[in-house]
Ligand binder design. Structure first.
Ligand SMILES: [Zn+2]
Length: 328
């Protein structure tokens, strides 16, 4: 048997707003090493590239690997990524990082080829190959977090569109000209309804109008202005009537978004990831029934709607897969 060190491997990096995750992935898709570091986005991309390279060297060394012998490094980052040129073009959640030449910066720091991809596209690839989409084709992903992202993997490859901007499911519109303002500037986008801040706004609205009051813990958090999407999700999981009402409504929005994705791509599976798991079963159950009721019957009969299987590791594993595919 070959040792880990003698096998080919690649590095995957998933840059999030708070943490950056790292993985060393063997060519047969085994995780050889895994870790994370704080992103500290305000220090800028050059600082992160340097710290990530050092963290990868340490991580690899601890597992008997030489980081410098990695075949390639794959990078997933939130925002519009020009995958052909390796440039992060727009990134509302990483202020000041616009127009960063991510691929060349990582390639120089790591001494190997680098490929960069939108983080949700990388997540979709991770789920398609190693997660809930294994054996399915095409695979679509909708992921909930600070924003709402998505991606489609068809024939084992990420669907890029012209530049790599395809799959921005968060900016599909749910209304004509109304609804909450989205970070992109438009109104009524899927993301404007499902983003964390709107979850809290909806909880406040439903708590005021509900005939059943929220449980004391949620009522206190809402009154103190301390509620987050996580707080509301925990309340829903514990059976809080307001928390459940919030996620039933959000499930309808998510369901419409998933119906649109099904009609556009005829996927074999739609995977819902990210904060979907926060609220427990209620969100996905409502989303599934809403989506299946809205698409034409032959499409509905053909599609599974599943939770992500890789949790918050989908993006970094997908980035590692991208790097492995880059040289093969
Ligand atoms: Zn938008």
């Amino acid at each position: 048997m070959k040792s880990a060190a003698s096998r080919g491997f690649a590095l995957g990096i998933d840059i999030g707003g708070t943490f950056t995750k790292l993985v060393a992935l063997s060519e047969d898709h085994l995780v050889l090493a895994e870790g994370r570091l704080p992103t500290e986005a305000a220090k800028g991309p050059a600082s992160l590239v340097e710290r990530a390279a050092e963290a990868c060297r340490d991580l690899c060394a601890a597992s008997g690997l030489e980081a410098s012998s990695a075949r390639a490094v794959g990078v997933g980052v939130a925002g519009l990524v020009d995958a052909t040129r390796g440039i992060l073009v727009a990134c509302p959640n990483l202020p000041g990082w616009e127009n960063t030449a991510v691929a060349s910066a990582f390639s120089a720091a790591f001494g190997c080829p680098a490929v960069v991809e939108n983080d949700a596209n990388a997540f979709a690839l991770g789920e398609a190959v190693l997660g809930a989409g294994r054996g399915c084709d095409p695979v679509a992903l909708v992921t909930l977090g600070t924003g709402v992202g998505g991606g489609v993997v068809a024939g084992g490859r990420i669907l890029h569109g012209r530049h790599g901007y395809a799959g921005e499911f968060g900016h599909m519109a749910l209304t004509l000209d109304q609804g909450p303002r989205c970070a992109c500037g438009a109104r009524g986008c899927v993301e404007a309804y499902l983003r964390s801040s709107h979850v809290v706004a909806l909880a406040l609205e439903l708590a005021a109008s509900s005939t059943e009051p929220p449980t004391p813990a949620l009522a206190r958090a809402l009154a103190a202005g301390e509620a987050t999407a996580r707080t509301v999700g925990e309340a829903a999981r514990a059976g809080d009537p307001v928390g459940l009402a919030v996620f039933r409504q959000l499930g309808q929005y998510l369901g419409i978004a998933i119906a649109n994705v099904i009609s556009a791509f005829n996927p074999q599976v739609v995977i819902a990831g990210g904060g979907v798991a926060l609220a427990g079963e209620v969100l996905l159950t409502v989303a599934r029934s809403t989506a299946l009721a809205r698409v034409m019957e032959p499409l509905a009969a053909d599609v599974a709607i599943l939770p992500a299987a890789l949790a918050d590791r989908g993006g970094v594993l997908g980035a590692g897969l991208l790097a492995l595919a880059h040289e093969s």
